[in-house]
Design a protein around this ligand. Sequence first.
Ligand code: FAD
Length: 321
Amino acid sequence: MSKNVLVLAESKDGELRNVSFEVIAAGKKIAGEGSVKALLVGENVASFSEQLIQQGADEVLVAEHSDLKTYTTDAYKQVLLQVIESESPDALLIPHTSSGKDLAPRLAAKLSSGLVSDVVDIEEVGEEVIFTRPIYSGKAFEKKSVSSGLVFATVRPNNIAALEVDSSRSGETKEVSVDLKDLRTVIKDIVKKTSGKVDLAEAKVIVAGGRGVKSADGFKPLEELADILGGAVGASRGACDAEYCDYSLQIGQTGKVVTPELYIAVGISGAIQHLAGMSNSKVIVAINKDEEAPIFDVADYGLVGDLFDILPILTEEFKKV
Ligand code: FAD
């Protein structure tokens, strides 16, 4: 088994996103005796090359241009198509992030290739690469392969473990010439709505609040707990609709899909649409005053009681650890 795999690395706010290391690990599962090349796209991103090599990339391709500083469909699609043409990879893996979800289907259409999206596991059976992805809002999983041409998938963050850092690894870094034509969109500036805290999609710990939190101020004890745990704050749509927090925090069927190692659901009833976004979390803790709340059906640990009593106790205890 030998495949040459191209993976797209993603950076944000001057740092590589964890999912970049996870797509390399995913690429290794496919490559066998072949190689994994990581593609860096952006402005001033070449310095990330060493990190990617230490985490398993055999070679790093760097596409730098001022018009690539921020993701746009148009520019990134052009770069990817040029690199795919020059490198002719057997397989292409892209992070299943907001930009990856936008880019991948457009590339697949342009390349007339198949695409398996939102992959959470990869295995090889002989020459065939089999991808596992959730369906029916995470209630079941299906296994899929791409029958011919480019083996193309997007990989869900926080599912395929990154490889250990190996500082003794070495690999080539190659500059890719970028030829951007007739760009229809150029991002001039980004006005951020949220603070520079942990990214919800990649957080290892999420403390999510629901309508039970009762007000915007009610989210403060959740923020304190999330800070102590190095996690992010999320929310149900109930809390967003009630204007306790911004919709960018919404988790669920019409919000973000997350798979952290620890999900603490606070004052969230556990509606099916909310479960669609978090039920694949590794450990779920529910805090709710109603012992009949459906969230307890998916929780590994349940705390029945008033969230405003329980959260300060948890925060104090975690401070001691
Ligand atoms: P509620 O259902 O009102 O639950 C509040 C909970 O807080 C209750 O269980 C209560 O016992 C508990 N509580 C109250 N006070 C306290 C206290 N002091 N201490 C402890 N517990 C307390 N929802 C999503 O979350 N995400 C989605 O993406 C989403 N998409 C949707 C898409 C569609 C098409 C539709 C129709 C609905 C969608 N919803 C979504 C909405 C969903 O159906 C629920 O209405 C919503 O999840 C309820 O939010 P909640 O659990 O915060 O509120």
